[in-house]
Design a protein around this ligand. Structure first.
Ligand SMILES: [Fe+2]
Length: 243
């Protein structure tokens, strides 16, 4: 099984992920052990929160590439960022300060957990109208979403890709986000699952356990779609859900 992860904080010294090269290597060991073979590195990007971290991300990615090439030659690495939504975020991509997912048209974006529905709709619409496709990070963690499946459906119908965190499915972030994931999965609203891993111990990758959970409760095809086929399609700049 070759799983695909499009959202994690494995690069070191960029954000709230690993602080040292050694910690990054431990996280990569855990990621490989978790059956991930396609890994898009997505440090947080917002100059107001983590500073201008693109050069730090470049250096960290180079070191990671050397480590992975030697130890895990079948692990494929890609560049990306998790953008905190801002009115200027499309310009950040166009100017090369941060990356869309594998430099495709798909952009991993998050909002404050307390963001109102209007803010999420306006923000994702502005990304769509600039010609990019928002992949909305950990949808289950927005206060608005937990209560309103119609809101998720409308976002999705509007072209937003819906991502949930593997650990939310397993209940690590509490009953509310787990229940929200279950409801979205039952309604077929989830496009992809990602680790959002931050370390090998705290917030570790858990996508293979999530895969098993989805397979058991929602079927083999759905588990494959959200953990393999859909995220892989995005890496190739193809629409998820289309063969
Ligand atoms: Fe994240």
């Amino acid at each position: 099984m070759e799983l695909v992860d499009l959202h994690n904080h494995a690069l070191y010294a960029c954000d709230d992920g690993p602080k040292s090269e050694k910690d990054m290597q431990s996280l990569i060991d855990a990621i490989y052990k978790d059956s991930i073979r396609h890994l898009c590195l997505t440090p947080h990007y917002h100059p107001g929160y983590f500073g201008e971290n693109s050069e730090r991300a470049d250096r960290s990615f180079e070191k990671l590439s050397r480590y992975a090439a030697e130890k895990y030659p079948d692990l494929k690495l890609y560049r990306g960022n998790e953008l905190r939504y801002d009115r200027g975020c499309v310009e950040w991509i166009k100017s090369g300060r941060c990356h869309a997912i594998n430099d495709t048209n798909y952009v991993l974006v998050d909002f404050s957990h307390s963001a109102e529905g209007d803010e999420i709709v306006k923000g994702t619409n502005s990304i769509l109208s600039a010609g990019y496709i928002p992949v909305l990070a950990h949808v289950e963690r927005y206060r608005k979403v937990a209560k309103d499946m119609d809101f998720v459906r409308e976002l999705r119908e509007n072209g937003v890709v819906i991502q949930v965190d593997a650990q939310s499915i397993l209940g690590v972030f509490g009953f509310g986000s787990k229940r929200c994931c279950k409801r979205m999965l039952a309604l077929g609203l989830v496009d992809l699952v990602a680790t959002d891993a931050h370390g090998s111990v705290i917030r570790p990758p858990s996508i293979s356990d999530s895969y098993k959970y989805i397979e058991k409760h929602f079927g083999h095809r759905y588990a494959e779609a959200v953990c393999i086929h859909n995220p892989y399609a995005i890496l190739q700049n193809r629409q998820p859900g289309k063969e």
